[in-house]
Design a protein around this ligand. Structure first.
Ligand code: ATP
Ligand code: MG
Length: 398
């Protein structure tokens, strides 16, 4: 065998948290592998292998590496990853490969870090590190820095093969898509709800999105924002279903009998009931909102309790204890912030006073709802709703 030439270019993927899942691990792994195949479709993936505690995406020589990296950023379940070269598990092959592929630019300091899962390998880990480091210094004169290297050259030795890589990139963390079950996430055009949906998605949930709007009473701007937000979120899930549900006419009917101060709570309860029906149809087991304790009038503890009581399905509020600036920072990282801040007309402002009730009581809300045909409202809204599918990288309608 020609040890000078690498066997292939790969991406080595590491999944810290997954490793802890004991007997479920193969199941998590299968989800992750299936997702990776779909996420990297069309980019020259030859196969995905599972060398000891790692995943290896084997790529053709002409693979679009920049695009592979771009797509990997959005794969949940990855702690980090490195573009790596697979070589024969022999000192000479490893060292020669590294020397050939070293970046042109000298780093401020480097170190070699070896991880040896193959205990049969003849040399000890520190000896391999020292030997490869010595050869690099000899060839390039690069400064060694063991405590805070600008470049870490990684070597992984597993039975039958070895890999080397230059640095690693952080993954999206979380758990593989699909391992957490399905949820229905309520997506307004605001800053919070896309972050809330993303947080549940990161924990492995498959999210279906629901947006309520008051067109034609208000503009279509909020729907366009919801679509654009869905496109950002679709990167993580590859395919997202967005339900656009018109509730303007129902809101108008609510105004006929319900005092202004209570309307937002009634709208919310209606939204939850509709979302719950969508959830039941799509085998989802939870609803998600971007509520934050105390952020606005509708998010006092009392109001959230009264609102949530409209449904029996578990209601998740992953942002409940966060501060606004923390949520904004997360939204900026995700890329949803710039979409969320575009002005629109939120449906909750339709027919509502500036000062809604802050401490609603169950009794008064139930009284206000008593005369309303709630079941009919839900049915009407669902019949009028439109479903769109967003796929990433391409977008399709239906
Ligand atoms: P956001 O920034 O997500 O809009 P917010 O701080 O503006 O949140 P509210 O407007 O009170 O707070 O909304 C609270 C939550 O209710 C939202 O995070 C969202 O999950 C849900 N929600 C509100 N309006 C809508 C809507 N038009 N369509 C879908 N969900 C909505
Ligand atoms: Mg809002």
């Amino acid at each position: 065998m020609d040890h000078e030439s690498p066997v292939g270019v790969s991406v080595l993927l590491r999944y810290q948290e997954l490793a802890l899942k004991g007997r479920n691990r193969p199941w998590f792994q299968r989800h992750l592998i299936r997702h990776l195949h779909r996420a990297l479709a069309g980019l020259g993936v030859r196969e995905i292998r599972v060398p000891m505690g790692r995943l290896e995406v084997v790529l053709g020589r002409d693979a679009a590496m920049a695009e592979v990296r771009e797509r990997l950023q959005y794969v949940f379940g990855l702690a980090n990853y490195s573009v790596a070269v697979r070589v024969a598990p022999e000192m000479e092959a490893i060292a020669a490969g590294i020397l050939k592929d070293l970046p042109r630019e000298a780093p401020a300091g480097f170190r070699v870090r070896v991880r040896r899962a193959d205990k049969q390998f003849p040399a000890r880990t520190p000896d391999i590190e020292r030997e490869i480091g010595r050869r690099i210094v000899e060839a390039r004169g690069w400064p060694v820095n063991l405590s805070d290297p600008a470049l870490t050259i990684g070597v992984e030795i597993v039975p039958g093969e070895a890999y080397y890589s230059f640095g690693k990139e952080p993954g999206a963390g979380g758990l593989p898509t699909g391992t957490g079950g399905r949820v229905v996430a309520m997506l307004s055009g605001g800053i919070d709800s896309p972050v809330a949906a993303w947080r549940m998605m990161r924990r492995g949930c498959q999210a279906t999105l629901v947006h309520f709007h008051s067109a034609p009473f208000l503009s279509r701007a909020s729907q366009d924002k919801a679509r654009e937000l869905a496109r950002v979120l679709a990167r993580y899930q590859l395919r997202v279903t967005l339900h656009l549900v018109p509730i303007g006419e129902i809101q108008r009917q609510i105004t006929l009998s319900v005092p202004g101060a209570l309307r937002v709570i009634l709208y919310r309860r209606l939204m939850l009931r509709i979302a719950e029906r969508i959830a039941l149809r799509s085998s989802a087991h939870g609803l998600v909102t971007g509520d934050v304790l105390g952020q606005v009038a509708s998010q006092t503890l009392e109001n959230m309790a009264v609102t949530g009581a409209a449904v029996t399905m578990p209601l998740f509020r992953p942002l409940i204890g966060m501060d606004k600036d923390e949520i904004v920072a997360e939204a900026e990282r995700l890329g949803t912030y710039r979409i969320s801040i575009v002005p629109d007309e939120d449906c909750c402002t339709l027919f509502t006073p500036r000062h809604p009730v802050t401490r609603a009581r169950h009794g008064e809300i139930e009284d206000a709802e008593r005369g309303l045909p709630t079941g009919e409202f839900v049915d009407t809204a669902l019949r009028a709703s439109v479903r769109e599918h967003v796929t990433w990288p391409a977008v399709e309608g239906s």
